[in-house]
Ligand binder design. Structure first.
Ligand code: PLP
Length: 390
C-alpha cells in the first residue's frame, strides 16, 4: 500500500478539503473587506455586511425560505438547536424526538427535563422497510402524543448510518396536530433537498462546515414564517443600541456579538459550489460510493455492517475481534481518516445495536473517489489478516 496517501473519509464530522472558491473567499475577506459588519457605516464594515447579506439570501434560496431575514447565523448546528429548543419550550411542555438523535438535540432536552421543566419521549425511526418508514414513523409519533406535546424535533439524516427521516411527512403531521417542527439538518444540508416553507419546518438548524463546504465556525438557523423563539444570548446587535431589549425580529434578534464574517464569506461560496455541482449529482455520487463500499465490505468475512439497507453518504461497521477505536487507529496508520467509537449519539447506538465500544464510521463527500473505497478495503484486509484473526 502507498502509505504516503491521505484518504479523508470523515466528511460527516466536517468536509475536507474545501473548494478552492471557499478558501479564496476566506483570504479575500481577511485581506480586502473584513470590517465588522453592522458595527459602523464605513467602507469595510459595509463590505462585510454586504457579503453576509449575500450569504443570507443564498441560504434562503437554497433552503426554500421566502424571506432572507428569517435566516440567522450561529456558531454551529448545536448552538442553533439550543437557541431554538430553549427559546420555544416552556414549563410543562412535552417533546417528541427520534431514537437516532445526536447529543446536540438530546442533551439540551435532557438538561431541561432534569430541571423538571419539560418531558420528552422517543419515537422509532427505523421501522424495517425503508419504503414504509414515513407511514410507520408518523404512526409512532401519533401513539406518543400527549395533551402537553408542543414540539417534534428530529434529525433529517443520521450521523451514524445513512437512515433518513421523512421530514416532509413529519412536517405535515405536525401541522395537522398543531405541533412545532424542528429539524436538525447537520447531516442532510448539502446532501438532500430541503424546503423550509414547503415542508412546514418551523426551524431548520444547519452547519456551515459539513455538506455546505464552508469553514468551521459558523452555522445557520432558518425559521418558518410564524416562529419567534425567545433569545438565548443577548448583547450588541448593531441595531436599537439604546434599548435594553434585543430587537424584536430576526436576524438581529439572535445575532448578539460579532458575526464570524470570514466563515460566512467562505460558506457563501461553499453553497455556490454545491449549487454548481448540483445537489442531486453530489448525493448520487456519495450513494454510488456507499454502494461500492457496502458491496465490498459485505463480501468480506468478519465485518458487521449496521443498517446497510439505508443508502447515503455514511456507512457504519465493525471488524470482528477488534474494537472500533483499534480499527480507526490502524486505518489511520495507512493514512485513512475515519471516525470510530461513539459518535455523540447514544440513542442511535442503542437503536442500531452497536457493541459497547461503538463502531467505525466512513462518510463520503463530493471529493471522494472509487479508489478511496478500494484503498479502504485493502487496508481493512491488512488489518483483518494481521490483527483480526482472519
Ligand atoms: N446533529 C447531527 C446529526 C450531527 O451529526 C452533528 C455533528 O456531527 C451535530 C448535530 C452537531 O453539529 P455541529 O458540530 O455543527 O454543532
Amino acid at each position: 500500500m502507498d502509505r504516503k496517501r491521505l484518504i479523508y473519509l470523515d466528511n460527516a464530522a466536517t468536509t475536507f478539503p474545501k473548494p478552492r472558491a471557499v478558501t479564496d473567499e476566506v483570504v479575500r475577506c481577511m485581506t480586502q473587506y473584513g470590517g465588522n459588519a453592522g458595527r459602523g457605516g464605513h467602507t469595510l464594515a459595509m463590505a462585510a455586511a454586504e457579503k453576509i447579506f449575500e450569504c443570507r439570501c443564498l441560504a434562503a434560496e437554497f433552503f426554500g425560505v421566502s424571506d432572507p431575514e428569517r435566516v440567522f447565523f450561529t456558531m454551529n448546528t448545536t448552538q442553533g438547536l439550543n437557541i431554538v429548543l430553549k427559546g420555544l419550550l416552556r414549563e410543562g411542555d412535552h417533546v417528541l424526538i427520534s431514537d437516532l438523535e445526536h447529543n446536540a438535540v438530546f442533551r439540551p432536552l435532557y438538561r431541561l427535563a432534569k430541571q423538571g421543566a419539560i418531558r420528552f419521549d422517543c419515537f422509532p425511526s427505523m421501522t424495517g422497510d425503508p419504503r414504509q418508514n414515513a407511514v410507520r414513523i408518523c404512526a409512532g409519533i401519533a401513539r406518543r402524543l400527549q395533551p402537553e406535546t408542543k414540539l417534534v424535533v428530529c434529525t433529517h439524516a443520521s450521523n451514524l448510518c445513512s437512515a433518513t427521516l421523512p421530514i416532509r411527512q413529519i412536517g405535515e403531521f405536525c401541522h395537522r396536530h398543531g405541533l412545532l417542527f424542528v429539524v436538525d439538518a447537520a447531516q442532510s444540508a448539502g446532501h438532500l433537498p430541503i424546503s423550509v416553507d414547503e415542508m412546514g419546518i418551523d426551524a431548520l438548524c444547519v452547519p456551515g462546515h459539513k455538506g455546505l463546504y464552508g469553514p468551521q465556525g459558523c452555522g445557520m438557523v432558518l425559521l418558518g414564517k410564524n416562529v419567534l423563539p425567545q433569545t438565548l444570548i443577548e448583547g450588541g446587535s448593531g441595531a436599537h443600541s439604546l434599548e435594553g431589549e434585543m430587537p424584536d425580529l430576526p436576524p438581529e434578534r439572535y445575532e448578539a456579538g460579532t458575526l464570524p464574517a470570514v466563515a460566512i464569506a467562505g460558506l457563501c461560496e461553499g453553497i455556490r459550489s454545491v449549487q454548481g455541482v448540483g445537489l442531486e449529482t453530489v448525493f448520487d455520487h456519495e450513494k454510488a460510493l456507499y454502494r461500492l463500499a457496502r458491496e465490498q465490505l459485505s463480501e468480506r468475512r468478519g465485518i458487521t455492517l449496521y443498517a446497510p439497507e439505508y443508502e447515503g453518504a455514511t456507512l457504519l461497521f465493525n471488524v470482528d475481534g477488534l474494537t472500533s477505536e483499534q480499527v480507526g487507529s490502524l486505518l489511520n496508520e495507512d493514512g485513512i481518516c475515519v471516525r470510530s467509537g461513539h459518535h455523540c449519539a447514544a440513542l442511535g447506538h442503542r437503536a442500531l445495536g452497536t457493541p459497547p465500544h461503538g463502531a467505525v464510521r466512513v462518510s463520503f463527500g463530493m471529493y471522494n473517489q472509487a479508489r478511496d473505497v478500494e484503498y479502504l478495503c485493502q487496508s481493512l484486509d491488512r488489518i483483518r489478516q494481521e490483527y483480526g484473526g482472519v
